[in-house]
Ligand binder design. Sequence first.
Ligand code: NAI
Length: 722
Amino acid sequence: MPRLTEVVGKRIGPLVREYTPKDAALYAVSVGAGPSEPAWATEEGGQVLPTFAMATVFDFFWEVAGAASLTPAGVLHGEQDLTFHRPLPVEGRLSAEGRITAVHDLGPGKGAVVRAEMTGRDADNRRLFTGQCAIVGRLDGGFGGSPPPKTASPIPEHAPDSVVTDRPAVNQPLIYRLTGDRFPLHSDPDFARQAGFERPIMHGMGTLGFACRALIREMSPKEPRAGWVRRLACRFRRPLYPGRPIETRIWRTGEASAVWQTAAADNGEVVIDHGIIEMGPPPDDRAGIVEPATAGAAPIRLDGRVAVITGAGGGLGRVYALALARRGAKVLVNDLGAARDGSGEGSAAPADQVVAEIREAGGEAVANADSVATPDGGTAIVQAAIDAFGRIDILIHNAGILRDKTLAKMDPEAWKAVLDVHLNGAFHVAAPALRAMTAQGYGRIILTTSAAGLYGHFGQGNYAAAKMGLVGLMNTLKLEGARGGVLVNAVAPMAASRMTEDVMPPELLARMDPEMVAPLVVYLSSEACADSGRIINAGMGHFNRAAVVTGPGLSISDGPITPEAIRDGWTRITSLDGATEYEDAGAAVMAFLASAPPDGEGSEEALGIDGLAPSAVAEIFDRMPQAFRADRAAGIEATFQYRITGDAGGDWYVTVREGTCEVTPGRIESPVCTLTLSDRDFVELMAGRLDPVTAFTTGALKVSGDLNMAGLIPRLFEAGED
Ligand code: NAI
């Protein structure tokens, strides 16, 4: 089990769900939509409530809890803040993925908060929503983490501008449950009592659905438009019993924005707080896969941002500098002013000239003529921006030289000089920039790769190696930068410049205006871009994404692994049909493990049971004492009753006392808790292939008695280091 502080960065999903108009209508009804809201409550209505997206991928929240190993019985949905980029389609496929971004400690007995970011996409991979959520583990506090930052409530002291009342029915959670969230806390009176409630409570997301309906109707009274919700944020404060009247209180903050909270109308207790809603027309529905995160048609601005652009004295870099300055960025224009092959004394004139152009156009810029090719030069370039403007938000490493030679004729000097500017230069500027950006929690880094590196180019071994090296650097930097809010992408431009003037025919060069690349670089430099780790080819008005993908491959399991078996399987080994892209090397290795044939020697799993049939249930109980972690059992004295159903099932109880573990067939009176599950699920659970949180929330694992004690079990029978 990872320590809570070690789960930051863990990837969640993708979770994929198909849905039909009936699912969307059922959801709307489950959050109270009635005959006056046919656009939402009927299959033909044509509109989908934005909160349906979260209800559809609610497993995401459980995955976050599971990834952080939170004690299931204490898990609550804490907060969410979602930006919607386009209306939800009435049917289709929704996928959600993200990563854990932070964990905070509320203190012993108070709980832990796990934060995650998420992106939802439609079947065409277009972003539907992006945002953050927070999951509270009520039973997991006191792990030694930092407390969450304090946030002020946006809710004003004065009376709301409007109040919308409603009354969820007594059986509302039972209807909501039909949309997929079958957590027994909302349907099973015994379970609810064990969890400390009088009776089953409303799903927090269900109450949010009521609030969302109220907000849309209030914000667009003439014609309620679900697809106009651009942002919806809130914090879940307390549980609500179904059947009680509720009121959603709304304070307008602008024509299309408001803050809100939802309270129980009979006693005024706030159940959802810190609410924010922003409305606006949906963004242009162009076929683009990557869309600005900004709402509506707002132009992309870089006001207040400081950009460092290397090699910006001419060519593409100059055009980038002018474009960023036009959008409000303050620019440090770096250029050594050397010849195309990097030779010569260098000159400050090109950088000075570009700075003069920017200032003439009313922008702010300073010049720098240090070389990116040395560590000192890189540090000086970044420092010059910080000295001039106080910070650095954007780094565009664009400087480059050429020394073309076939490898057979390449001298070490030509090899080294090219790597020093492109690849080592990236390290020299990106390292100090990353430190400054991480400290401020925001940054955008754009590296410059090339078709020569991505696909190969005769006579450019040094250049191609450097350009592909930059892709490797980006792949790692996207992981290292993520926690500090630093996104890293790569551009492979095609443009007329002194670098290409004698390599391409004039007719082609005439179509390759660098101005056609600059808008992409502005976008990648801005807050509107939320992607990291992308390679984008750009030139002549065309843009596309290049990626490293991996084919499904071949597992050799029906005979020895020989050179001949490789020869015979070559077509399948090299096929890219059904290729996948991996987020990082870990994901690639895990996929490899999943595809590889089973290890004939048996498994390394905690109980050594991987691959055994359900009939192995008795054997697993036999082995449990060996898998017992006495070091984790200090102070625990409890008897757990197992009731395993199915052909291989039976009853066993496990007694943990004074650092020992004893397993006995049969039943015992008054166990601390009873766990009921099928023989197959038991084997899957103990083999680590079924997540306990998932088993619990889907009902595969039923627990009665002390839920908190049940939550300890995975820790007591697990391999690995603390
Ligand atoms: P360019 O030669 O006009 O610009 C490169 C700039 O980098 C020059 O102003 C040069 O003085 C500067 N520079 C060279 N060494 C430096 C150093 N050590 N420190 C600071 N500045 C230095 O060429 P272009 O076409 O504008 O290239 C920009 C970037 O785009 C380069 O990284 C290049 O490899 C890349 N690229 C360009 C393509 C094109 O079609 N133009 C194709 C693919 C990649």
